[in-house]
Design a protein around this ligand. Structure first.
Ligand code: PEP
Ligand code: MN
Length: 297
């Protein structure tokens, strides 16, 4: 039996309250790279509400390359995010790195983010799988599409159908973008698996000046939504300011993308099934060697 025949899924829409991820409407998840202060988070939440962005992101635990860089405010930071997001009616996504924090996260966030560096942390994948909470699984920056889907399977096989995968760029020799946004991954995952796909433009690009064309390209490839870092004052951000939009820039990007979204949402009027925890697993046989012609060892 091919490894790929283990791919299985029972969902193509992940629902959080009245937000559908993978449904007809495209979704946006925006907010700071890291939670820094009450004021920063509150200003951002106000902006997102005003711009109709339904999901707020913000890292309380930051997987920084250097141990000397800002590591995030930890559990106290998560509470800052929760207070502002709830006040403004926003859903919350935040990265969990340590399964020992799971109960704390489960009480507070709507989507557990598993970061790029933890995509193959199988004990973490199994725990978020057992939790039944929606999971945003980010692609490892050195991982293949097949490895990404197999990581998703760790969560699905624990009985959690609420998996959203996130393309966030892979490491290549190109220095002008932080990573290389692999839009083939988006199209491939949409072809091979019914899971919703989000594209993280900030970590893919590491810059803001080419976000609008790449946002359009990502939607044209079939992604279900975008993650974008936003900060009240990007030049003062404690992490990833260079890839964070100001509020005005976010407004401009959302306006710029609107005509394409209206077109795509009009095209995509076929209703999709909505997953539920009690649904049955639809086992499917996905064979990479048949879809791209390579034979696998
Ligand atoms: C993030 O989204 O905050 C993050 C650290 O992203 P990634 O895991 O993709 O590097
Ligand atoms: Mn970041």
């Amino acid at each position: 039996m091919s490894e790929n025949s283990k791919f299985q899924s029972k969902s193509d829409v992940v629902r959080i309250g009245d937000i559908e991820i993978g449904g007809q409407r495209k979704v946006f998840m925006c907010g700071p790279c890291a939670i820094e202060s009450e004021e920063q988070v509150e200003q951002t939440a106000e902006c997102l509400r005003r711009l109709n962005v339904p999901i707020m992101r913000g890292g309380a635990f930051k997987p920084r390359t250097s141990p000397y860089s800002f590591q995030g405010l930890g559990l106290a930071g998560l509470d800052i995010l929760v207070r502002s997001a709830r006040r403004h009616g926003l859903a919350i996504v935040s990265e969990i790195m340590d399964p020992r924090n799971l109960d704390f996260f489960l009480d507070r966030v709507d989507i557990l983010q598993v970061g790029s560096r933890n995509m193959q942390n199988t004990p973490l994948l199994r725990e978020v799988g057992k939790s039944g909470k929606p999971v945003l699984l980010k692609r490892g920056f050195m991982s293949t599409v097949e490895e990404l889907l197999l990581a998703a399977e760790y969560i699905l096989t624990e009985g959690n159908p609420h998996v959203i995968v996130c393309e966030r760029g892979i490491r290549t020799f190109e220095p002008l973008t932080r990573n290389t946004l692999d839009l083939a991954c988006v199209a491939l995952v949409k072809r091979m698996h019914p899971l919703p796909v989000i594209v993280d433009l900030s970590h893919s690009l590491g810059r803001t000046d080419i976000m609008l064309p790449l946002a359009k390209a990502a939607f044209a490839c079939g992604c279900d939504g975008l993650m974008i870092e936003v900060h009240p004052n990007p030049s003062k951000a404690l992490s990833d300011g260079q890839q964070s939009l100001s509020f005005t820039e976010l407004d401009r990007l959302l306006t710029g993308i609107r005509p394409l979204l209206q077109f795509l949402e009009g095209e995509n009027r076929q209703p999709k099934s909505v997953c539920s925890t009690s649904g049955t697993i639809r086992s499917q046989d996905f064979r990479l060697d048949q879809t791209h012609g390579n034979t696998r060892a």
